[in-house]
Each structure stands twice: as structure tokens, then as C-alpha cells.
Design a protein around this ligand. Structure first.
Ligand code: SF4
Length: 321
């Protein structure tokens, strides 16, 4: 079965059960995303609902997804309504919740529930985790090449890390391509970036942001949430792995993680990305207060390229340094 999911969750369970785990966000944003949003609006999805929700909805039917895991706690409140619509249309939907208080027992229970649903067990889940962790170690190296050696562009770092949420649906193939990319990156030279930037918040729906910044001499060498998707902590226990994942819990741990990376990577500035009509826009208030770095808030709405206003704001931000 093709099992789609709405944000990173213990996909090792689904793969261990013999299915393909597919991150709906990645399929949406890397394909005909404008058309997918338009399709959902034609079916009645309102203008003032986030484009990711609309894109994921259309992706499910366009790419013949058999079942959807909706992360109903720790990601997006819109997922509740999306799941209700999908269920009404006959799609099999299964909820998954990250516990608000980050409790081991609660998260373990959620993983066991998934294992029960997919008729699999922890031994099979752990075997897949071991395989994933081998690839995750290589992603740590790719990330290091970005910030320590300056050998990986911001867009490359973003794409490799964001796609590690489902390894493009094929772990072996992803690993082979990653090996080849790392080997080529180590042999090349990139112009040194004048400014070292971080990107925080949900991955951008704007496709030319990274290239625009590179053209101006600034490079993103820290992709916060994308890096979290790569599960780089390499915890032995799968429950601990998903307890350390900062994205689904409270903002404090995210702020702690970002501030550590600001220091370690010697970042000059941060772009705090928010999606139009997303409740996470409120996070920016605390990020602005607590991050130890100059910060620019950038908002994206529809999939596509940077608008003129955003370009001017980015240019003004870069000129501050
Ligand atoms: S960007 Fe925000 S509103 Fe949109 S799907 Fe993600 S969490 Fe939900």
C-alpha cells in the first residue's frame, strides 16, 4: 500500500509492515503544486486555508494514496478537518498523536497502536530504524559539509533533509543518490558565502528563495525543521528518537535547538518563515524575542516564486550586515 502522511511520524512502522510511506507534503511541493492547490479550491476549499492542506488533499487522489496517517496532535489543527473530509470520501484515515507533555509512555502507546493497526511489531520497526539510521548518519555529514566546509548550497541542504522525511519512498535508492552527491560535493568548490543564514519554521512553499539568497551572496547553512525531519539524534530507542524531535512539542526546545545552532554555525541572521493562514505564525512572536540573532519574518502563501515585496524585504535585511 501507499501510505501517505501529513508530517514526520514514526514511518519505520509502516515500512516495517511492508508498505511505502509517503510524505504528502513532498509529493505536493515537488510536483505540479499550483495546479494541486487550484484543484482543491475548485472542490470548495476556502481561499483562507493554508496551501499545504489544499495541496495535500489533491495529492491524495492524484497520486492514488491508499491510506493516510493524519498527525492530529503536534502538527496542524487543520488536519482534523482534512481527515473528516477524506473519510467521508472513502479514504482510510488513521490518526497519530504526539503527546503534548512529551511523555515516553504516551508516545510508546501511540507507536504500539500504529504497529497493531499495520499488523507488525517492534522488532520489525527497529530493523527499519537501523537501516534509516545508516542513511541519517550520512545526512549529518551532508549537513556538516554545508555549515563547516561550505561545500553544499542552501537549496541542496534543504532538499536532501526535507526528503529524508520519507527517503523519497525508497531508502536504498535515496542512499545511493546521497552517496553520489556527497562524493561529488567533496570534490567541488563553491564561492564562499558572505553571509551565513539560518532558516526556521515550516519548509518554504516558495521555490526560488534559496537561489535568490545565493545570488546576493548569502547562503542558508541551517535548515531548522528540515534538519529535524532527518532524525539526526540517532537515539537507539525509537520512542526516544521521536521524543527528541522538536517540531511537534512546545516552542522552548525549538528555541534551545536554534540558539545552539546559531552559535555553533556562527550564523549572521535568521529567516523565520511562516505560511499564510497558519497558526504557527504566532511562534514568530517568541522566536523574535528569544533568538540570539537578527531575524526577518517572511511569509509565503501560494506555491511559486518570490514576489517583489519579499525580494525587497530580503535585500533590505541583507544590507543590514
Ligand atoms: S503550514 Fe501551518 S497551517 Fe499549513 S499545514 Fe503546516 S502547520 Fe498546518
Amino acid at each position: 500500500m501507499k501510505v501517505g502522511f501529513t508530517t514526520s511520524f514514526p514511518m519505520e512502522v509502516v515500512i516495517g509492515a511492508g508498505h511505502q510511506a509517503i510524505d504528502l507534503n513532498n509529493i505536493f511541493v515537488l510536483n505540479n503544486s499550483q495546479e494541486l492547490v487550484a484543484q482543491a479550491e475548485q472542490k470548495g476549499f476556502p481561499r483562507n486555508i493554508c496551501s499545504w492542506i489544499k495541496g495535500m488533499y489533491s495529492t491524495i487522489s492524484t497520486f492514488s494514496i491508499d491510506e493516510v496517517i493524519g498527525i492530529v496532535q503536534g502538527d496542524c489543527s487543520n488536519t482534523h478537518s482534512l481527515m473528516a473530509i477524506l473519510k467521508e470520501q472513502g479514504t482510510q484515515v488513521t490518526p497519530f498523536s504526539y503527546p503534548y507533555y512529551r511523555e515516553y509512555e504516551m508516545l510508546n502507546f501511540e507507536i504500539e497502536r500504529l504497529e497493531h493497526h499495520f499488523k507488525t511489531d517492534r522488532a520489525k520497526t527497529n530493523r527499519v530504524k537501523e537501516q534509516c539510521d545508516q542513511v541519517r548518519k550520512k545526512l549529518i555529514e551532508l549537513d556538516r559539509l554545508s555549515w563547516q566546509e561550505g561545500l553544499v548550497k542552501g537549496i541542496e541542504n534543504h532538499l536532501w533533509l526535507v526528503c529524508s522525511s520519507d527517503f523519497n519512498g525508497n531508502i536504498k535508492e535515496y542512499e545511493k543518490e546521497l552517496d553520489s552527491f556527497i562524493s561529488d560535493a567533496k570534490k567541488r568548490k563553491l564561492p564562499k558565502a558572505k553571509l551565513r543564514l539560518g532558516f526556521v519554521g515550516v519548509p518554504p512553499i516558495i521555490h526560488d528563495l534559496y537561489d535568490f539568497l545565493e545570488e546576493k551572496g548569502a547562503r542558508i547553512i541551517f535548515n531548522e525543521v528540515q534538519r529535524q525531519f532527518s532524525m539526526f539524534y540517532l537515539e537507539e530507542d525509537i520512542v526516544n528518537q521521536y521524543l527528541r524531535f522538536t517540531y511537534p512539542y512546545t516552542l522552548e526546545k525549538r528555541i534551545e535547538d536554534i540558539n545552539q545552532e546559531i552559535e555553533r554555525r556562527q550564523l549572521d541572521g535568521i529567516i523565520s518563515y511562516t505560511q499564510s493562514f497558519c497558526h504557527r505564525q504566532l511562534d514568530h512572536l517568541l522566536l523574535k524575542k528569544h533568538l540570539k540573532c537578527p531575524i526577518l519574518q517572511l511569509e509565503g502563501d501560494q506555491p511559486g516564486s518570490l514576489d517583489e515585496r519579499s525580494k525587497i524585504r530580503l535585500e533590505s535585511f541583507l544590507e543590514m550586515f
